[in-house]
Write a protein that binds this ligand. Structure first.
Ligand code: CAA
Length: 258
């Protein structure tokens, strides 16, 4: 499938989705957001795909929502269309794991898009920020909620109120990113993480993703019960029998997603 704003490749069970609007530092306009939702849906439905990597360019993962496209909109237009609402829901509906591989700017909606992925691997050139305050607005794709959960209230307030950028080292120190690598190694690291995930049982992978995501939505006791019941349910799968047999027989497990 050909896209105007994305490059998509599927190799070795990994779908690599590259944001491709170099003239606008991958700013998220409506075409890009709708193509991204479509590409993610296709990857989710494709049985050959077991993990997804989302990336941008060396200079920018994405420099935010497209300011030029939004500038003249009215409140009524934004509210009536629930601007960003459908796109965010559709991005989050994906049940396969999605890794964000971030180099360069991840600002505003770009930072928010990275945070909507399951985890973030950052190049040492990455810069994260929620600079919407400089435009007379605030984050609109989850920044005030997600960044706060990642890095805590003080740092999140600092970022949202001053609009300052956080470099990759600070992002790793603060728990925003899971790994920090030299820029040259970014794609190798992200693809190798994706490959590792692709080798697991997709049933267990989806259960793990649901369980971790649930921790953001519920109380500890409900979350623990949810996790335990998912754990129990995996004993109905062939992959659990295979995984535990392979351990005892000292061989690699051959998962079949059954
Ligand atoms: N929207 C539209 N176009 C953008 C853009 C954006 N978010 N970010 C960059 N561009 C465009 C620039 O306008 C420029 O295009 P022209 O050459 O046609 O003018 C091109 O990309 C290159 O950008 P710069 O010349 O500005 O590059 P730079 O290296 O000097 O600066 C930058 C890089 C610091 C990232 C700067 O571009 C910048 O500050 N961008 C805006 C960042 C921002 O405010 N993001 C938040 C957007 S609002 C939002 O995201 C709301 C939300 O929560 C959903």
């Amino acid at each position: 499938m050909a896209y105007e704003t994305l490059i998509v490749e599927v190799e070795n069970h990994v779908a690599l989705i590259k944001l491709n609007r170099p003239e606008a530092l991958n700013a998220l306009n409506s075409v890009l957001l709708s193509e991204l939702a479509q590409a993610l849906k296709i990857a989710e439905k494709n049985d050959k795909v077991r993990c997804i990597v989302l990336t941008g360019s060396e200079k920018a993962f994405a420099a935010g929502a497209d300011i030029k496209e939004m500038a003249d909109k009215t409140f009524v237009e934004m509210f009536s269309s629930d601007f960003f609402g459908a796109e965010c829901k559709s991005l989050l509906a994906n049940r396969k794991p999605v890794i964000a591989a971030v180099a360069g700017y991840a600002l505003g909606g770009g930072c928010e898009l990275a945070m909507m992925c399951d985890f973030i691997i950052a190049a040492d050139t990455a810069k994260f920020g929620q600079p919407e305050i400089n435009l007379g607005v605030i984050a609109g794709m989850g920044g005030s909620q997600r960044l706060t959960r990642f890095v805590g209230k003080s740092k999140s307030m600092d970022m949202h109120l001053t609009g300052r950028f956080m470099d990759a080292e600070e992002a790793e120190r603060s728990g925003l990113v899971s790994r920090l690598v030299p820029a040259k190694k970014l794609m190798e690291e992200a693809m190798s993480a994706a490959q590792k995930i692709a080798e697991k049982s997709l049933l267990a992978t989806k259960a793990a993703k649901e369980a971790v995501d649930r921790s953001y939505e519920t109380t500890l006791s409900e979350g623990l019960l949810f996790e335990r019941r998912l754990f129990h349910s995996l004993f109905a799968t062939e992959d659990q029998k295979e995984g535990m047999a392979a351990f005892q027989e000292k061989r690699e497990a051959q998962f079949r997603d059954k």
